[in-house]
Design a binder for this molecule. Structure first.
Ligand SMILES: *[C@@H]1O[C@H](CO)[C@@H](O)[C@H](O)[C@H]1NC(C)=O
Ligand SMILES: *[C@@H]1O[C@H](CO)[C@@H](O)[C@H](O)[C@H]1NC(C)=O
Ligand SMILES: *[C@@H]1O[C@H](CO)[C@@H](O)[C@H](O)[C@H]1NC(C)=O
Length: 210
């Protein structure tokens, strides 16, 4: 009888500790930054067969489709205004901003996607640039994102970038979506993940001792 109740006691305390660890993990878990993907990209001025662009005034229309995706399973995301900056890189030495677009701030539920499909007017893309077989554009996204869990409510900076190659049709030359990747150093959650590690470590230590 005495042995049995002691046994149960240990089982229950182990289960309690495991539950506590799970709760702590869920509460403090690192949210993933939203994923930004370029699905469509078209520059009229670089379309070799677009007659309207060979005349004196170049057609400076640019079209894009960008997917903004909240990857988190259990957290909604609050976006600050999302700034999208398009730069043209005609050669290694030269990069200039040709267009900008801002998505107003919005809320996105867990694992939801938003497509930003828009036409922007670019500046400074010359028709003679079309003679090159492929041109490179830099697409940058700057915003701040916070999440619905109390520990991650504070918005943090998100800065991602990708290069998009455009062929002589004016369209991007890859079929697959282009995922933007992190650039530079943000004020990420590196410190917090160490804290979680310490928490789990100390909990397991307690588990072993008791
Ligand atoms: C390029 O321009 C031609 C002529 O205006 C047009 O028919 C074609 O659809 C354009 N290409 C793309 C990818 O839109
Ligand atoms: C410029 O190109 C866009 C997209 O191809 C087209 O819709 C528009 O009519 C063109 N503008 C002119 C002035 O040709
Ligand atoms: C493309 O255009 C820019 C400015 O319009 C120019 O400085 C650059 O030299 C051009 N590049 C090529 C390869 O023609």
């Amino acid at each position: 009888m005495g042995f049995n109740s002691r046994c149960w006691c240990i089982v229950i305390s182990i289960l309690t500790i495991i539950t506590a660890v799970i709760v702590v993990c869920v509460y403090f878990t690192n949210p993933s930054d939203p994923a930004f993907t370029i699905n469509e990209f078209y520059v009229s001025a670089l379309n070799l067969s677009d007659i309207s662009s060979t005349t004196t005034t170049t057609n400076q229309t640019m079209f894009f489709d960008m997917k903004l995706h909240n990857q988190n399973k259990a957290m909604g995301a609050y976006y600050d205004p999302v700034k999208i900056i398009f730069s043209y890189i005609p050669n290694i030495k030269l990069t200039f901003v040709v267009a900008e677009y801002t998505v107003p701030k919005f809320y996105q539920r867990n694992q939801k996607s938003k497509h930003v499909i828009a036409t922007v007017t670019s500046r400074g893309i010359a028709p003679y640039n079309r003679t090159v077989t492929s041109s490179v554009f830099k697409v940058e996204v700057l915003t701040k994102v916070g999440f619905t869990t109390p520990a991650n409510r504070k918005k943090r900076r998100v800065s991602v970038v990708a290069n998009v190659r455009v062929g002589q049709t004016g369209e991007r030359d890859s079929k697959k979506g282009i995922r933007l990747f992190e650039s530079g150093v943000g004020d990420g959650f590196g410190g917090l993940s160490i804290k979680i590690l310490m928490l789990i470590l100390s909990t397991t230590t307690i588990l072993i001792i008791t």
